[in-house]
Design a protein around this ligand. Structure first.
Ligand code: SF4
Ligand code: SF4
Length: 338
């Protein structure tokens, strides 16, 4: 247990060796990731920040290498080593759904040195959610508002400070530097137990779509009329995929300026028609219905077939920000009802 003053002092000491980030409220009142300096604390507002933490693992854009148009020069080709951060990063106030997204994204990216180095270099101190928001549904997708997946330390916020639980060995090492920790009182222990029990019940009604979707023959629904109705309202803006912590599609391009160039990897979206356009001109997902269907089938069928879990952590960002109110929870229910 650390009171807020000691927590802040610990962060202040850690900021000599770590770059620290956490969710802060912007002037428009929404949460967004911000650099925390001098022992500054994140805002403990409920819910997830506008952007997901994939920006820390999968930067937008990421330089893979640089090159020169004068190939005889010594620096004609310079590979960017994956580890480019001076300091390790510590993200504070990560919600359990976002932390779990790192574990899921590590599955397709297990051989990707850039992603994996960012993962090694980034410590996650999570805040357990004591209350779900109206768009949260982590319990539907195998997560929990008090889950530990992907975290190094899990914190429970109490009125008089934080209860910090180490999850990984490196999380424990970080906590050893906190110094002035106290043992929990009986009342504090009870409060933590209460959060653990009550937080999952604050989320929408129990539904376990993952095992039910796995049992369902989703490929038999490939041509169901439901997809047409769904895609009629989608405007293919890509908001859902860019905000989603578990969407990880990318494209690669070369940029050149005055004889120097760099090859960059940047986010792309399966909702955009150019994403699947072949050099031949053929586009296997040229129509909107195919792209909308692919997004949901990838999350609910193809990814689970390959890796096990759904490719969704129930953070609710796509529900919150889709301009035409397409709701993945409704899609799951409809697929299960057909
Ligand atoms: S945010 Fe909504 S409208 Fe935009 S691409 Fe996603 S589902 Fe379609
Ligand atoms: S699909 Fe929607 S709810 Fe699921 S992880 Fe992505 S943004 Fe969050």
């Amino acid at each position: 247990m650390l009171d807020n003053k000691d927590f802040s002092a610990w962060l202040s000491r850690l900021s000599d060796s770590h770059d620290i980030y956490g969710p802060k409220k912007t002037r428009k009142g929404m949460l967004e990731w911000a650099r925390l300096e001098g022992g500054q604390l994140p805002d403990p507002e409920p819910g997830v920040p506008k952007s997901s933490i994939k920006t820390f693992y999968f930067p937008q854009p990421e330089t893979l290498f640089e090159f020169s148009a004068r190939p005889k020069k010594e620096d004609a080709f310079r590979l960017h080593e994956p580890s480019r951060h001076q300091n390790p990063r510590l993200l504070i106030g990560v919600r359990p759904c976002d932390a779990r997204s790192v574990v899921l994204n590590s599955m397709p990216y297990q051989e990707d040195p850039y992603f994996q180095e960012n993962r090694r270099n980034t410590f996650l101190l999570g805040y357990a959610c004591s209350q779900g928001c109206s768009t949260c549904f982590c319990t539907w997708t195998g997560g929990s508002p008090v889950g530990q997946d992907g975290l190094d330390i899990l914190a429970f916020l109490l009125e008089d400070g934080l209860v910090l639980e180490p999850v990984t060995e490196r999380g424990e090492e970080l906590l050893e530097k906190a110094g002035s920790a106290r043992d929990l009182t009986r009342a504090q222990e009870q409060k933590v137990d209460e959060i653990r029990q009550k937080a999952p019940a604050s989320l929408p009604e129990e539904m376990e779509p993952a095992p039910r979707l796995r049992e369902k023959e989703l490929m038999a629904l490939y041509d169901a009329p439901f997809w047409q109705e769904l895609s009629d309202s989608c405007i293919n803006c890509g908001t859902c995929t860019f905000l989603c912590p578990t969407c990880y599609c990318f494209d690669i391009q070369d940029e050149t300026l005055r004889g120097r160039g760099r090859r960059i990897r940047y986010w792309d979206s399966c909702m955009f028609p150019l994403f699947t356009l072949h050099a031949s001109g053929h586009n296997p997902r040229g129509e909107k219905i195919k792209r909308v269907r692919n997004r949901f089938m990838h999350k609910l069928k193809y990814f689970p077939d390959r890796f096990g879990p759904l490719s969704c952590v129930g953070c609710g960002r796509c529900v919150r920000d889709c301009p035409v109110n397409i709701d993945i929870r409704q899609v799951m229910k409809e697929l299960l009802a057909i």
